[in-house]
Design a protein around this ligand. Structure first.
Ligand SMILES: NC(=O)c1ccc[n+]([C@@H]2O[C@H](COP(=O)([O-])OP(=O)(O)OC[C@H]3O[C@@H](n4cnc5c(N)ncnc54)[C@H](OP(=O)(O)O)[C@@H]3O)[C@@H](O)[C@H]2O)c1
Length: 303
């Protein structure tokens, strides 16, 4: 692929691996970041979303944009200030990108592929399968993803193909949810969270990155696609299988939801709730997952 791909938030968990995979395919990858890194392999352009500033060179010669930037939803308690940052880092960053492309006049951007999240479907949709056309649900994460996707949709007005990937829980040994699940297990203090039966729609990091690349390549792909593996697991299964793969016992009772609420505040709903999200649409578009089942994914990552 002899193309230039600009990734916003390319320094994060998904962006770092995606950068590697795109470079292996022969793409030129550039990053849009809040700070200039010392990474010599990637040309990095700076932006300041609050000030609506972006390096004027950032969009020159760009064929594709992958938009991943956003303040982490599960790192810090959801104070009003944090909530504002989580939302604006997604909506205002998208608007800044759109306005900057519009100002270019003649651009050669063929597709804009944005992250979104399965949080769109609401706090807890039980064991019913949710699909792309299912309604959006309740809670802060759903509100954020709705506004984020609305901002992303506006990019279509610039005659650019737009794809939104509603990402599930990304499994990686380098960061994100799996590392948080592993820490107590390694200390012999692992336990399922809340009722344990809530669905965690997971995806192996490599499958997600290949899915983003697939979305760049497939010219007929547009709109929203779930980025989750075909077989979601319950929180209990995810915790138990992680412990098994690590050869650690799991004997403690579930951590009650009220304790998680005390510890994490409103953010507890990220772990006490869940969604059983369907991958049918992306599979019907021709995408083939390497990791369809949880155990092989965990074995690949943890052994
Ligand atoms: N990982 C998951 O399980 C998961 C699940 C669902 C959805 N997603 C979404 O997928 C995207 C990528 O996920 P990830 O796990 O790679 O995230 P990540 O590791 O947190 O990286 C996100 C990147 O966004 C940039 N960023 C952070 N705070 C920002 C702010 N206040 N304003 C603007 N940019 C900011 C950072 O890049 P710079 O420091 O270079 O600016 C950071 O490296 C995110 O939008 C995330 O919400 C992830």
């Amino acid at each position: 692929m002899d193309v230039t791909v600009l990734i916003s938030g390319g320094t994060g968990l998904v962006g770092t691996r995606l950068t590697q995979l795109l470079q292996e395919k022969g793409c030129t990858v550039t990053h849009l970041s809040r700070s200039v890194s010392g990474d010599e392999k990637v040309k990095t352009y700076q932006w300041n979303i609050e000030k609506k500033e972006i390096d004027p060179e950032a969009l020159t010669g760009v064929d594709y944009i992958i938009h991943l930037a956003g303040a982490s939803i599960a790192d810090k308690r959801w104070t009003d200030k944090r909530k504002e940052l989580i939302l604006k880092s997604r909506t205002e960053s998208t608007q800044l990108l759109r306005d900057s492309i519009a100002k270019l006049g003649n651009h050669a951007i063929k597709a804009f592929v944005s992250a979104s999240a399965v949080g769109y479907y609401g706090i807890d949709t039980g064991s019913a399968w949710v699909k792309e056309e299912s309604p959006s649900g309740d809670g802060f994460a759903a509100e954020v993803t709705r506004q984020w996707e609305t901002a992303v949709d506006e990019v279509t007005q610039l005659n650019i193909r737009v794809v939104k990937i509603r990402i599930g829980i990304v499994l990686s040994e380098k960061g994100g949810a799996l590392v948080k699940i592993m820490q107590p297990i390694k200390l012999g203090a692992g336990a399922p969270l809340g009722r344990g039966g809530q669905y965690m729609s997971w995806i192996h990091l490599d499958d997600l990155c290949h899915l983003f690349i697939f979305a760049l390549e497939q010219k007929d792909m547009a709109g929203v696609y779930n980025g989750v593996a075909p077989h979601p697991a319950t929180n209990h299964e995810l915790t138990k299988k992680t412990a098994d793969v690590l050869n650690k016992p799991l004997f403690l009772p579930n951590v009650p939801a009220f304790a998680l609420k005390l510890l994490l505040g409103e953010m507890a709903q990220v772990v006490t709730g869940g969604n059983r999200v369907s991958s049918k649409k992306i599979e019907e578009a021709g995408f083939e997952f390497k990791y369809t089942e949880l155990r092989p994914a965990l074995v690949d990552l943890l052994r």
